[in-house]
Design a protein around this ligand. Sequence first.
Ligand SMILES: Nc1ncnc2c1ncn2[C@@H]1O[C@H](COP(=O)(O)OP(=O)(O)OP(=O)(O)O)[C@@H](O)[C@H]1O
Length: 246
Amino acid sequence: MEVIRLDKVSLWRRTQEEFSYDLKKTILSILEGKYRRPAKKLVLDQIDLVIEQGAKIGIIGANGSGKSTLLKIISGILQPTSGTVRVRGKIAPLIELGAGFDPEISVMDNIQLYGVLLGFSRAEMRHRAKSILEFAELEDYALVPVKGLSSGMVARLGFSIATDIQPDILILDEVLSVGDENFKNKCKQRINKFWDEGATVLVVSHDLDLIKQSCGWVVWLDKGNIRFAGKADATVNCYLNALKSI
Ligand SMILES: Nc1ncnc2c1ncn2[C@@H]1O[C@H](COP(=O)(O)OP(=O)(O)OP(=O)(O)O)[C@@H](O)[C@H]1O
């Protein structure tokens, strides 16, 4: 069964220099006749992608090739400029590390907040908190504000929450490279368990060994285009050969 389908998905975004763009400057420039349209960049270019239930897909590519953007489009965090995105099932995105957390409030409160954002009740999340803290090995940090955790601990917490709620589709952006070896192994085991139970997993990583070990099918993104898609070994080799020839 198809769980994700992207048809001709394109996304244009303003370029970095336009982040300084503000209304006052724009009005002034219009009055002075110096106005120019904000520069835009094509970040994803007519992406067609179909993912079947239970697939374990890796996404690789150079910095800025559009990997995280693609995950955000699939998760519904960003809307495409054109094209259509269809997703079937409960999705748990772990994209920008700690982005869903409030640094000022405790780990325990964040577990509840995050769960509510993913559509669970507070009571349900209170019930799940013990196993979440246990898996993240953060039992002693339940009452500590999230700003007091290391980045690896934040990654563990995010992974633990997103996987405790048993999503149909799990989306992981570089999350596995942040934890230590021991935690990485635990994560891999949990991902394998999900996979055995029919969940679909999407992983973005620069760790090509991890991608080869964990994914069946890998997509190589290059400047917003799918340059190659195939079995993990074939795609990683193709990508490495292209890097060598540069
Ligand atoms: N908030 C934003 N506004 C405008 N452009 C952005 C924004 N975030 C990313 N971009 C641009 O979109 C393009 C793709 O970025 P993206 O983060 O998807 O790449 P990536 O492949 O995940 O890179 P990395 O491997 O470095 O994480 C880049 O050119 C980047 O500059």
